[in-house]
Design a protein around this ligand. Structure first.
Ligand SMILES: [Zn+2]
Ligand SMILES: [Zn+2]
Length: 368
């Protein structure tokens, strides 16, 4: 650093004898001739998407920001950060910002212009007082929908998600359950980019929708698979060739719900069973002859069991009397009484209570 000399001098420009001097100049004249070598960006363009509120500043997209903060605060922070990023200097300096950015004007239609003043102060020479400079930056805020929202609007999607039953239709409960899962999952992706579904539809075949990305389709599919003990497969469908000759695929993620669902009735190893629970590998069944529950390998049931849910006829009964071993039951459709074994009734049934069940090949069965 250049030395400041104190003695026997006068300013080469204004002639004052009042020091200190540097390069033969007094403080005032020196500052005039040697402004701080600090440049501040003069123009900044900010693009904001009115649909997803994503912000682009000088071509770079700002990472997701906290949408609970006011837009004014967010804008100010982003712009100030940008200005500081672009100041290159070796001098130590302080800064202060002042602007006329206004929340209510940011989202107005058309181009909005604001000004931001950066006051820089620095003290590069020990004997001289602070240098002060102020710089003006013009801010242009432009509302324009972003590339991702344009893709969304044009119906772009990379994958199809399908949910089907294995050799069966989905039950109403299952349909509702799947829609709930999708709704719940999509809430998590409200602020995420490129995360949307198009045309969700539940019809006789099951549930189908188009999904913005393969990643999201797989995430949704896996969630449904896990919640339903289903299986997921992916089909790669040739769509188009990209410019460099690479095949681009649109994937179909298919979740198949198990053949059996809880509440199904089946015959297996010459016994009648009620399905209580299904997991990826196992099934828990309840025997109609004594209401004991047992676990089986799921594959075994799927290969050898016979599903009878659609073949049975629902029937309602009244528990008339019991001697502790045998019971008298009345069918409520024809008021006929007949004997049965107590252990065939659901647990904890009391005399006088109604029982829900069914009749299959002339035999009565009791569910609850
Ligand atoms: Zn001077
Ligand atoms: Zn957008």
């Amino acid at each position: 650093m250049r030395k400041i000399s104190q003695s026997g001098r006068f300013c080469a420009v204004c002639g004052t004898k009042e020091g200190p001097f540097l390069d033969n100049l007094c403080e005032k004249c020196f500052i005039k001739e040697n402004p701080l070598d600090i440049q501040v960006q003069k123009k900044i363009n900010v693009e904001i998407c009115p649909l997803c509120l994503s912000i682009r500043i000088q071509a770079a997209v700002v990472d997701t920001w906290n949408k609970e903060e006011s837009m004014e605060t967010v804008m100010r922070e982003i712009i100030e950060r940008k200005i500081l990023e672009k100041i290159y200097t070796d001098i130590d300096y302080d800064y202060e910002f002042e602007d006329d950015i206004e929340e209510s004007k940011i989202m107005n239609y058309g181009v909005k212009e604001f000004e931001l003043k950066t006051a820089i102060s620095a003290k590069p020479y020990e004997e001289f007082s602070e240098f002060e400079q102020s710089h003006l930056t013009r801010i242009k805020i432009i509302r324009t929908s972003c590339d991702l929202c344009n893709k969304h609007k044009s119906g772009y999607f990379e994958a199809i998600l399908q949910v089907r039953g294995e050799n069966r239709k989905l039950s109403e409960t299952e349909e509702e359950n799947i829609e709930d899962i999708i709704d719940r999952m999509m809430l998590r992706y409200v602020d995420a980019k490129m995360s949307y579904i198009i045309d969700p539809e539940t019809d006789a075949d099951g549930f189908t929708c188009k999904v913005s990305t393969k990643y999201l389709a797989e995430t949704l599919g896996r969630e449904i698979k896990n919640a339903t003990a289903g299986k997921m497969t992916v089909a790669y469908e040739l769509k188009t060739k990209s410019r460099d000759g690479v095949d681009v695929y649109k994937n179909t993620y298919l979740v198949r719900l198990p053949e059996y669902s809880s509440g199904d009735i089946l015959e297996f190893e010459n016994k009648m069973w009620l399905v209580k629970q299904i997991t990826e590998k196992q099934m828990k069944l309840e025997a109609f002859d004594n209401h004991e529950q047992k676990r089986f390998d799921r594959k075994r049931i799927e290969n050898r069991g016979k599903k009878l849910t659609k073949s049975v006829v629902e029937r309602e009964f009244l528990f008339v009397s019991s001697d502790g071993k045998s019971v008298v039951i009345m069918a409520l459709d024809n008021y006929e009484n007949f004997d049965d074994n107590l252990e065939r009734l659901p647990l904890n049934k009391q005399v006088g209570e109604n029982i829900i069940g069914f009749i299959y090949e002339d035999k009565n069965y009791y569910i609850a």
